[in-house]
Design a protein around this ligand. Structure first.
Ligand SMILES: [Zn+2]
Length: 1029
């Protein structure tokens, strides 16, 4: 189990034997997987596999009708050694199926599932009803008191594959040939070079996943009922977190009427759902090789789950809770066939403009599985409700009969808990293990010569001085400081002292707290001393000659100081820690930065930081790391302190206050956000899902305390999480399933609160429905996290191959099992048309690229970001948005608060889209680049940039002047609007042709060929080759 920890839920890191147990079933030896000898237990159940070459037989273009049964029997090879096909799921047992990618070893007993086996192999030509949402059982999803409308046995299992007539092949929109980009800008094309390294080729090497068994808490005591509803904040309307509009315009008005069903028998919404006649836009067939313009004009919006309107209206916002598949497959084998990953993307503590908050002495939960009552439970009558996760029937407590919003009695289904998929409870005392602790902030500052020389200390101290009164907290808030070089310095800030007292501990082998009671002080009472300290710190060390860094001992001191209360530690580090415990050695070989294959040292050099992080986690301490350095700092090792303690990592390569002003500006903006954003302490997050579904791997920064419980000493509104799921029991009788994330935390004001998000999704029985509900961005984000794990546990090239194979596999599955009319080209359903582009973007992302010089710390940081950023920001970092700026108009503009915000079209990331007479803005999430062409329109220069000519444009311009022209207001309104969309502040860089940043701008031209990577078109050709094999 040497590196088994890498496959564990927390991602990379050596197995830590000392801490609480990680989900043990998620630990895999990496030397086992597709190459491992088959396990006899499995082989019995499996169809015969013949070691034939991979496989012209996978795909038979002449076959008109996919046969779900024969698919299992296609002769496929076990991979030969060097030519294996890695998958992103952790290697585990012998693959149960040949040609499977997302495989589940524990096949349900009924495997192959009846739904698939009984399906007519030939698609029925008759009823074109792509949205076959379920079986003939009555709906379970009414949440009103109305008796359920009877639903006729409308969609039979035999229609599981009834996609044939619906799938018309649509002629491409544009006939523009899609060749290699032509250079619109001579000299700006990436240099041509030797052919890029070969990509993964198709050889079959499936993996399997063994998810952890669900371990739900059962039957804890139900709180006794209270009679009165105590207090409730002003009634709030359901927050406006309606899911975004359907991304692609829905199908044309229905032409097909189902004669056997009277629409009157169905509730109106259900009728609309089931009678939707033609193929949805999501399944429109797109030939990627021909259709050139795949990007929507604006942002890519998530698909809307195909639910009855009254349910969907109540559903959780996709900004908070998303699933890679908005239609959940009925069985694991169906999921395996789709070759798409199943998982959830969460942004649970996102800043929300409206959040219903409920104070109640009784929080209504399922007695069996502890699910919080939510909009997707069903009320059997006024006194009983049925849990939507475990189906237990529960009593409605007396108190719940009163509706505080309408101030009426007897309407439990109208309570805010049943009307809001996102809600927050103020928790009564049984949700506390100890009295809520105060907000505690400890700052650890590197004051070695190197650190002081960068000038960062002034920025931190000034930012703290500016924001001291905005730190979240109340009158109990505590604060403390530690500085360190080769020794550790504590600061006595006790009230009554005339000035701060510095206490030096030079015994770094055994750090002790010199005056344990006066190092963390009440911020209100000791504010002046704190301010004194912050004003004098930068000078105190300005002449220091100490070059060493004892980070490990400083962290141990911090742990001792905070362990009674918990709290937040903010560490500022500028070099490789070289003395004391936790010291590290340089591991990066600069000559290897541009390695074309594998990258070493992505895993930590020591388990010291992980162990300490787990100790911190156990004492409710989170450690946030700010790394500011020009040199290698071994972020792969240091980052563990934040990852396992649920902290955040910030990285500013080449930071220098004077020499690198743009980094300094970003650092200042980040600090302001960091110091003032909301924070939750002593948090845990539990994710529950409907019986039959199982969660098995988590991504993000946390520690997994039990199979579905994440320990989060701190939670902040900028953290994202992802989980992978599998289907353990067939969902045959279910029309919908639900997922619930409950985040229990202590607010900075000392309140215990629970934020609950519930997502409801339909269950489907056909592959075409699964594809129709695929959320390409969520899929990309989940695959990115899986690929980070794979890079560390196996190798970078494995991860890259697995990413490519994810695209090949799903498109192959689509072509062989969903499409009924074969045609040349690379075919994808419209909802996945951006999938190959996003995969290519990941392959060119700093985390996974090869062949271009990438510093190890920058690569590791990019990987941290992929696992930590919420989906919306992550996607901009992977695939930035490009806009033309010199011809903005008000046509189609948004109007928000009397401001007109132009909406320019999103352009493809290719130099072909640039022109020298224009100006182009690239939104990279954390940064904005405005590239000005050399022959840029003179009126743009004068009206927007305030200069007479291109030559007069200053280098390193960071702001647009506020000119009184229509052009200037338009572009500033647009940039302000982009910035308002996110909690951090992206810096604007105005780039001239000679600017150093131009390379960064051009690197994001993902569709173009580079020395070491394929162009988008070449990548498509590669995929096509593999798909048609
Ligand atoms: Zn339940």
């Amino acid at each position: 189990m040497s590196s088994s920890g890498f496959a564990s839920q927390n991602g990379a890191g050596a197995t830590y034997a000392n801490g609480p147990s990680q989900n043990p079933v998620a630990l895999y030896p990496t030397n086992q997987g597709y190459m491992a000898p088959p396990q006899p237990g499995y082989l019995n159940a499996m169809p015969t596999k013949e070691p034939t070459p991979p496989a012209p037989s996978c795909y038979n273009p002449s076959r008109q009708q996919p046969s779900p049964v024969t698919m299992y029997q296609q002769p496929l090879s076990l991979p030969a050694s060097p030519n294996h096909r890695p998958a992103l799921v952790p290697p585990a047992h012998t693959p149960p199926l040949a040609n499977s990618f997302y495989q589940h070893p524990q096949q349900p007993p009924s495997w192959p599932p009846p739904a698939v086996n009984q399906a007519s192999p030939a698609p029925s030509p008759a009823p074109p009803q792509p949205y076959n949402t379920g079986t003939s059982t009555p709906p379970v999803f009414q949440n009103t008191m109305q008796s359920p409308a009877p639903v006729p046995p409308y969609s039979s299992l035999n229609n599981a594959y009834m996609t044939a007539p619906a799938l018309n092949v649509v002629a491409p929109h544009t006939h523009q040939s899609f060749g290699p980009p032509q250079a619109a800008l001579r000299g700006t094309l990436p240099p041509s070079g030797p052919p890029p390294p070969p990509l993964a080729t198709r050889s079959d090497g499936p993996y399997s996943v063994q998810p952890g068994a669900m371990n739900r808490p059962m039957g804890t005591a139900y709180p006794s009922l209270q009679t009165a509803y105590q207090s409730v904040p002003a009634p709030q309307k359901p927050s406006p977190m309606q899911p975004a509009a359907q991304p692609y315009s829905t199908a044309a008005p229905q032409q097909y009427q189902q004669p056997s069903v009277s629409a009157a028998q169905l509730s109106p919404s259900l009728a609309a759902l089931n009678l939707q006649s033609q193929m949805p836009e999501a399944l429109r067939v797109v030939n990627l090789l021909q259709e050139r313009n795949l990007l929507p004009p604006g942002a890519v919006t998530p698909p809307t789950p195909c639910l009855p309107q009254d349910l969907q209206r109540l559903n959780c916002s996709p900004e908070v809770f998303r699933c890679t598949l908005t239609s959940i497959p009925q069985t694991q084998s169906l999921l395996n066939k789709a070759k798409l990953p199943l998982g959830l993307l969460l942004h649970p503590f996102k800043d929300l403009s409206q959040l219903p908050v409920v104070t109640s002495s009784t929080i209504v939960r399922c007695r069996s599985c502890r699910t919080y009552i939510n909009p997707f439970v069903s009320f059997l009558d006024q006194r009983r409700w049925k849990c939507n996760l475990c189906y237990r029937v529960n009593d409605v407590p007396e108190e719940f009969m009163y509706n505080p919003v309408s101030r009426s009695y007897g309407e439990p289904h109208k309570r805010p808990e049943v009307q809001n998929a996102t809600i927050e409870f103020i928790a009564p005392s049984e949700y506390m293990l100890r009295p809520p602790q105060p907000a505690v902030y400890l700052f650890i500052l590197d004051v070695s010569h190197n650190a002081v020389e960068t000038g960062y200390l002034d920025v931190v101290c000034q930012s703290l001085l500016d924001n001291l009164n905005s730190l979240p907290g109340d009158t109990r808030t505590k604060i403390g400081f530690i500085t360190f070089d080769s020794t550790i310095h504590f600061y006595n800030l006790q009230e009554g002292l005339s000035q701060p007292q510095m206490l030096i501990v030079s015994d770094i082998e055994d750090v002790f707290l010199p005056t344990p009671d006066s190092l963390l002080v009440n911020l209100n009472e000791c504010k002046e001393l704190v301010q004194d300290l912050l004003r004098s710190l930068p000078q105190m060390f300005s002449k220091t000659m100490e070059t060493q860094s004892a980070l490990g001992p400083a962290l141990q001191g911090a742990f001792k100081l905070l362990s009674p209360t918990g709290g937040r530690v903010s560490v500022f580090q500028t070099q490789l820690p070289a003395v004391g415990t936790g010291s590290l050695k340089p591991r990066e070989e600069p000559s290897q930065r541009a390695a074309s294959k594998d990258v070493q040292h992505l895993s930590p050099a020591t388990d010291f930081y992980k162990k300490l992080a787990l100790d911190c986690s156990g004492h409710q301490i989170a450690v946030d790391l700010f790394l500011l350095s020009a040199q290698y700092c071994d972020l792969a090792s240091l980052g563990c302190i934040s990852r396992y303690s649920a902290g955040s990592v910030y990285y500013y390569p080449s930071y220098h206050s004077h020499h690198n002003p743009s980094q300094t500006e970003r650092f200042q903006k980040d600090l302001k956000r960091y110091l003032t954003r909301k924070i939750g302490f002593e948090a845990v997050m539990r994710i529950r899902c409907t019986k039959g579904l199982s969660i098995h791997t988590f991504h993000g920064n946390f520690f997994v305390r039990s199979t579905d419980l994440l320990s989060l000493p701190n939670v902040n509104p900028d953290a994202g999480f992802a989980v992978q799921m599998s289907i353990e029991e067939n969902l045959l009788d279910m029309q919908v399933v639900s997922f619930q994330a409950a985040l229990l935390y202590t607010s900075s004001k000392g309140e215990r609160r629970i934020r609950v998000h519930t997502l409801c999704l339909p269950v489907v029985s056909s592959l075409s429905d699964i594809f129709a509900g695929a959320d390409v961005q969520a899929i990309t984000a989940l695959l990115a996290s899986m690929a980070v794990d794979r890079s560390v546990s196996a190798s970078l090239s494995d991860a890259r191959d697995a990413l490519t194979n994810a695209a090949i596999d799903s498109l192959t599955s689509y072509c062989t099992s969903v499409l009924t009319i074969q045609q040349p080209g690379l075919l994808a359903p419209a909802c996945l048309r951006l999938f190959p582009l996003y995969i290519l973007a990941l392959l060119k992302h700093k985390a996974f690229c090869t062949g271009t010089s990438t510093r190890l710390d920058e690569r590791v940081f990019a990987m941290c970001q992929l696992k930590y950023q919420p989906l919306a920001y992550l996607m901009l970092m992977v695939h930035p948005a490009l806009y033309r700026m010199d011809n903005l108009t008000d046509e189609g503009a948004l109007n928000i608060n009397e401001r007109t915000i132009p909406q320019p079209r999103v352009l493809q990331l290719s130099v072909e889209k640039l022109s020298r007479d224009g100006a182009f803005l690239m939104d990279h999430g954390i940064a904005l680049y405005l590239w000005i062409g050399r022959n840029c329109n003179p009126s743009f220069l004068t009206q927007v940039l305030g200069v007479q000519s291109y030559v007069a444009l200053p280098q390193n311009m960071k702001q647009l002047p506020e000119l009184d022209t229509a052009e200037s207001s338009r572009i500033r309104a647009f940039i302000d609007w982009l910035r308002e969309q996110r909690p951090f502040y992206p810096i604007l860089h105005i780039i001239r042709d000679e600017s150093e940043l131009k390379a960064e701008f051009m690197q994001n031209m993902i569709e173009d060929r580079t020395e070491s990577a394929l162009s988008y078109y070449e990548f498509l050709l590669h995929l096509q080759q593999q798909v048609s094999k």
